[in-house]
Design a protein around this ligand. Structure first.
Ligand SMILES: *Cc1c(COP(=O)(O)O)cnc(C)c1O
Length: 688
């Protein structure tokens, strides 16, 4: 079973003729083949309904096929649909196309017009092709402008992430009509040169020119001999398109290599847990190499808020890559960095005014710690060099950040000789959705009062403790903390790397409490999860104390400067991601996801083994009484069509904001099925 999309460089490029001839060629080669026209315009009314002209043409060549959506007027699909009182959309079309793929042999989906032909007011043919992800056979009209059209189309396919299986050149214009006044010899020269150049360009891009079909065969096409002649020229195309897929073997080989040489997160190099190959992703869905489609409940570790393949982000990256992909940030600046900072300042809690760009979340945490240390150095209080952190926290995997992570789950014992000894306070016991209890702040208050003289900063994940256990606590705790830090002269660092940019229902979790930390770290969703980038924002006070220091206290410069600081690609994507977020009704979407998760996960509460179910913003958590077998749970989830990777006792989802209701339902149902199955089978879900 293989499917291809037959696209043209233009309207009247010869797609239908080529498709018809291909059907005949496949038949001659003994390969079952079927053609499908997703949208057919210009249909004739007959007593049996609308007759699709392209299907009629395929039939003349002895081929089989059908049209899915048919309209009367011969014009662009969006307009033809409108004139017949209908509206096309990619989701419906794609669904119909997928159902039309033949079980056996080759299915050819023939487009309408060129790649950018509109299907409705915002979607076009290329969007349908991206959704279907079939390799593309590009039919190129050999006439003046041929190379230009063909190369632009190849660029567009590449930018859409589609692979081109090959090109077929055909001549839709009768000889001597290439251009008034060209002699037949000159014309032969021009068209022949087109073919040569196209073959060369194609070879450079790995897209073979599979056939060059002359005019005569192309259009005196009603008799069988003529189709046979044309089919004979398509031998190459048939062998390429019908060639057995080697992808399974290639994937197997890569996975074997991966197992031997690639170290995955938190795994053994010698006995790694199995991994799967991701081959693509679109919206809230991941596609594995074996064709499995999964609803992504993880947002790739919480960062892909806009899902995958978002065109605004893709284009921002491509545009910036072509202009200035990287340049050192020492002594130079650039538009993407400035624009990103401008956007951040409008979103961040007021008072944060100076932005330091860093490479990743962990590095941002390191930078924030160094800022706090240098702040006290600069102020002549170098003895204030320890940090207070919460139990159950996660702040990253580098040494400094790790010293702030929960001392038990953060495995401090492994690195006890090396990690800085920080001061830990029990995690806030006041839950997010319960009335605030002042007593819950007592442990923090006692600790801070006892240690204020040696503490540079308190570091917290505001409201949501993420990778340390998905714990949601009351925003009032943060307000108390802000007040106490001010009273005692301790800086407050908010690690918003997981919570930032809407995940909790607020732009930042600090917004629940209306507090401005002295230093804030953001990362993960900053770029919509497309690139690694983080930022550390500081108040004017922090920046001016550090910058005002004399030579003995740091010299007034902040001592950090990574090679890829302010990487223009990452900054450009971050700008696009923030624009996308701000242009969307994200508060409503997150609230909608919250309600759906609340409803969808509620039944988990009653299942034995489940100790808690909690939802905040677009985060849904089911907590188990025992640590789970990650591999077994993940297997179960993949079998159920979702990508959910639990940790410890926590089974959770954090879907992209673009997730549909149906996809949310799939996620919730899979969670419920997993805990039910686990309850039946001693804590580990079993398929079937
Ligand atoms: C993920 C995370 C980090 C670390 O970010 P990386 O980009 O993985 O280094 C730090 N703090 C919090 C709260 C996080 O969730």
């Amino acid at each position: 079973m293989r499917a291809f999309f037959v696209a043209g460089t233009d309207t009247d490029a010869g797609k239908t003729t080529v498709t018809a001839a291909l059907l005949r060629a496949f038949a001659k080669a003994g390969v079952p083949a079927l053609a499908v026209k997703p949208v057919q315009t210009g249909c004739m009314e007959t007593k049996d309904g609308l007759e699709a002209p392209d299907v009629a043409c395929w039939k003349r060549a002895g081929g089989e096929g059908r049209a899915l959506f048919t309209f009367r007027v011969p014009c662009s699909p969006h307009l033809a649909a409108q004139l017949d009182g209908a509206r096309l959309d990619v989701a419906t079309l794609a669904e119909a196309c997928r159902k039309a793929v033949a079980e056996e042999g080759v299915t050819l989906f023939e487009g309408a017009g060129g790649l950018y032909v509109p299907l409705n007011e915002k979607e076009n043919m290329l969007d349908l092709m991206r959704e279907l992800r079939f390799p593309v056979l590009l039919v190129v009209a050999n006439r003046l402008g041929c190379l230009n059209h063909a190369l632009l189309s190849l660029d567009a396919l590449e930018q859409a992430g589609l692979s081109a299986a090959g090109m077929v050149l055909c001549r839709p214009v009768p000889p001597s009509h290439v251009d008034a006044g060209t002699s037949p010899e000159a014309e032969e020269l021009i068209l022949g040169d087109n073919a040569r150049r196209l073959a060369e360009e194609g070879a450079r891009r790995g897209v073979p020119l599979l056939a060059d079909i002359p005019y005569e065969e192309n259009f005196s096409a009603s008799d069988g001999n003529c189709w046979d002649a044309m089919a004979a020229r398509l031998g190459n195309a048939v062998s390429v398109l019908a060639a057995p897929q080697k992808e399974d073997e290639r994937t197997k080989e890569r996975l074997a290599f991966d197992r031997e040489h690639l170290w995955h997160p938190y795994t053994s190099a010698l006995k790694p847990l199995p991994v799967r190959e991701a081959a693509g992703a679109l919206g809230a869905r991941l596609f594995l190499a074996d064709g499995t489609s999964l609803v992504d409940g993880m947002s790739s570790w919480w960062c892909r808020v806009h899902g995958y393949g978002n065109q605004r982000l893709v284009r921002a990256l491509q545009r910036q890559a072509a202009r200035l992909s990287h340049v050192m940030f020492g002594g130079l600046t650039h538009e993407p960095a400035v624009e990103l900072c401008r956007r951040l300042l409008t979103l961040l809690p007021s008072g944060l005014e100076h932005v330091f760009l860093a490479d990743s979340g962990s590095v941002a945490v390191e930078v924030s710690m160094k800022m706090a240390l240098q702040y006290w150095q600069s102020a002549g209080r170098g003895e204030k060099c320890r940090f207070v952190a919460l139990r159950g926290a996660y702040h990253g995997d580098t040494l400094g950040a790790m010293s702030l992570c929960d001392p038990v789950t953060g495995m401090h014992s492994l690195f006890s000789g090396v990690l800085a000894k920080q001061i830990f306070v029990e995690r806030p016991t006041c839950r997010f959705d319960e009335p605030y209890r002042k007593e819950s702040f007592v442990p923090m208050e006692e600790t801070l009062r006892a240690h204020a003289g040696e503490v540079a900063a308190v570091v917290v994940e505001p409201v949501v403790q993420g990778a340390g256990g998905m714990w949601f606590y009351h925003p009032e705790y943060l307000r108390n903390l802000r007040t106490l830090c001010d009273e005692l002269g301790v800086l407050l660092i908010a690690d918003e790397i997981a919570t930032g940019f809407g995940r909790t229902g607020k732009m930042f979790a600090c917004d629940f409490a209306g507090v401005t930390p002295d230093i804030m770290c953001v990362g993960k969703a900053l770029t919509g999860g497309m690139m690694t980038l983080s930022a550390v924002a500081a108040t004017r006070n922090v920046a001016s104390v550090i910058s005002g220091a004399d030579a003995a206290h740091g010299g007034g410069v902040f001592m950090h400067g990574p090679t890829f600081m302010g990487n223009p690609l990452a900054c450009a994507v971050a700008c696009a991601s923030l624009d996308e977020l701000c242009a969307s009704p994200w508060q409503e979407k997150v609230e909608h996801i919250r309600q759906k998760l609340e409803a969808g996960l509620a039944s988990c509460r009653a299942v034995p083994g489940v100790t808690d179910v909690r939802v905040l913003g677009a985060i849904g958590v089911v907590e188990m009484d025992k640590g789970v077998d990650v591999e077994a749970w993940q297997d179960f989830f993949v079998y159920r069509g979702v990508w959910i990777r639990p940790f410890g006792r926590t089974v959770y989802v954090m879907p992209p904001f673009v997730v549909s209701d149906e996809e949310l339902e799939t996620l919730s149902q899979a969670m419920l099925a997993a805990v039910r199955s686990a309850a039946k089978h001693g804590g580990t879900p079993q398929r079937g």
